[in-house]
Design a protein around this ligand. Structure first.
Ligand code: IMP
Length: 179
């Protein structure tokens, strides 16, 4: 294990099983339809890549990039769109794919932004959820794991752009971000 990590919270096998379960539920719920998955860059990329391979209905995917964190571990509450969708979602069934919902400020902004574009439906899928830290109430339709209030990295999640490539999700040593 990398020297900056405190412990592994979710193993590769646990994540794989959960992603398969989520993919099956999504496939059942959207049976007979097609769905637009919107990945939120960059954290959701690895989750989205694994999730789409567990979905059996027709899927297209698109990406948005927003910034809510600077380089630290606290949400600023200010959301900026850095990259918008490439295609219109009017009349489409849309599923937002997030890596983690923490305060919920980012997702709240995204839901309101996407709602105004005339999608046929809009749902949310997140791999991780830190319910203790929530500042705004959000409906999460597909939910992987609830985790305690600890800063985690791996499987797409980063600190200062590092650690995204770890195949598991691990707690970062507080000394790494307190310095
Ligand atoms: P929120 O707006 O506070 O819900 O923040 C959501 C975003 O913060 C996520 O998409 C992540 O990019 C980032 N984030 C929140 N908690 C963590 C964490 O424990 N590790 C890495 N990134 C996190």
């Amino acid at each position: 294990m990398h020297v900056d990590l405190q412990e592994i919270m979710l193993s590769e096998q646990q994540i794989k099983a959960k992603v398969q379960e989520l993919g099956q539920r999504i496939s059942q719920d959207y049976r007979g339809e097609s769905v637009v998955l919107i990945g939120i860059l960059k954290g959701s990329v690895i989750f989205l890549a694994d999730l789409v391979r567990c979905i059996s209905v027709p899927v297209v995917f698109d990406f948005m990039a927003v910034s809510s964190y600077g380089s630290g571990t606290q949400s600023s509450g200010v959301v900026r769109v850095l990259k918008d969708l490439d295609h219109s979602i009017t009349g489409k069934h849309v599923l937002i794919v997030e890596d983690i919902v923490d305060t919920g400020l980012t997702l709240n902004y995204l839901i309101n932004n996407l709602k105004s574009r005339g999608a046929a439906s809009l749902k949310v899928c997140t791999l991780l959820d830190k319910p203790e830290r929530r500042k705004v109430n959000i409906q999460i339709d597909y939910h992987g794991f609830s985790i305690p209030d600890q800063f985690v990295v791996g499987y797409g999640l980063d600190f200062n752009s590092n650690y995204r490539n770890f195949p598991y999700i691990a707690v970062l040593k507080p000394a790494v971000y307190q310095n």
